[in-house]
Design a protein. Structure first.
Length: 376
């Protein structure tokens, strides 16, 4: 568990849960899902002390559920957002499922490395007026990355516990909601970074599928790619719905009385719409990749069908070349006593010459009509 006190003057990382709410700024409590489950009673009691209420039992179950899709919920005192982020092969581990939940799927999967990265786990955000509680998977890279970004923008004070005096131009999160949107935006950016690798992998498969002489196609990997893209599409749709519900909830907030409060609310709406736009970009790209994959498969079968047609056309043309020759051979093979050229010394050569002439004439005719040409 990591606890931060964020205010206009800087950031302080605390060693324990605060006994009371600070006079300015807000508190960010970021803990892993196993730690949240183990220290649930302590966290609930401290929330009662700090903000005067506790998490609803159903929301606690949502935060502990490692298989929950992205969604948004709210009460009159706080908002709850669950957002699924990409898991990483290093550091992140699959949490043990809560009793009653379905077992968590292992991270080890078959297929190319880019497909193994399309594995997600939920991150829960409980947004209070002056406190943000986030529940992450164990050893969450997103939490540590954003915490490092916060602390890296601040110089270390002399021997004190936290940091102070931010770098000029650095802007601290103004509220728990602002901090939540920044962390969510970092998660969405990882989905955007995944697009390039997916595009490169699918382009490789498309090139392999469109080769006319391709005899072996890794259909299992291609099927896994289509299933992974479909899964990613569903995940992003849930994310978009959750963020859209959050934006709709922002519209119901009471307007602040001060210009600074109005500007802060406007910035929240702008940042929320920016996160939604990023998610829609991912959804659009994933659907385009799905269509490209399906098109490549159809083109592969079209190429193979065209190649089969070329082979059948060539065989048909060759058969047509030998049909007159078989006819001539059949005529001279009849058991009649009197046949033209049958008793002449040069009859065989006349018959053979006529057969060669007919065969060459038909080959030239079929070649000019491109019956023997290969389709490129």
């Amino acid at each position: 568990m990591r606890i931060f006190h964020i205010h206009n003057g800087g950031v302080q990382e605390l060693t324990a849960l605060p006994a009371q709410m600070p006079a300015q700024g807000f508190v960010w409590i970021a803990c892993g899902r196993p730690a949240f489950q183990a220290r649930l009673a302590e966290i609930q009691a401290r929330l009662q002390t700090l903000v005067g209420l506790q998490l609803v039992d159903l929301h606690v179950s949502d935060l502990l559920n490692a298989q929950l899709p992205s969604h948004y919920d709210y009460t009159s005192q706080y908002d709850l957002l669950v957002f699924r982020r990409l898991a990483t092969a290093q550091g992140d581990t699959v949490d043990s499922p809560v009793e009653g939940d379905s077992p968590a799927s292992p991270l080890k999967r078959s297929g190319p490395p880019v497909l193994r990265r399309i594995d997600t786990s939920p991150v829960g955000f409980a947004v209070f007026d002056q406190l943000l509680l986030t529940v992450h998977p164990a050893d969450c890279a997103v939490r540590d990355a954003y915490a490092a970004r916060l602390l890296a923008s601040l110089p270390t004070s002399n021997g004190t516990e936290g940091r102070s005096s931010p770098v000029p131009g650095a802007r601290m999160p103004a509220s728990p909601a602002d901090l939540m949107l920044r962390v969510v935006n970092m998660m969405v950016d990882r989905y955007l970074d995944l697009r390039r690798e997916l595009t490169r992998q699918l382009d490789h498969w498309q090139n392999e599928l469109l080769k006319p002489r391709a005899r072996y196609v890794n259909w299992s990997s291609l099927l896994e790619a289509r299933l992974a893209l479909h899964k990613l599409d569903e995940i992003c749709e849930d994310q978009r719905t959750a963020v859209q519900d959050w934006i709709d909830a922002l519209e119901t907030w009471a307007l602040p009385d001060t210009p600074a409060g109005l500007r802060e609310l406007d910035l929240l709406k702008v940042r929320s719409r920016d996160v939604l736009e990023h998610i829609e970009r991912v959804v659009h790209h994933v659907r385009r990749l799905e269509q490209s994959t399906e098109t490549a498969v159809q083109m592969h079968f079209s190429v193979q069908s065209n190649r089969t047609n070329d082979i059948m056309r060539t065989l048909t043309a060759l058969t047509a070349v030998f049909l007159p020759l078989n006819l001539i051979a059949g005529i001279f093979g009849m058991n009649f006593e009197f046949l033209p050229l049958i008793h002449k010394a040069d009859g065989f050569w006349w018959a053979l010459g006529s057969m060669v002439f007919i065969a060459l004439s038909l080959v030239m005719l079929f070649w000019r009509k491109r019956y023997l040409a290969r389709t490129r």
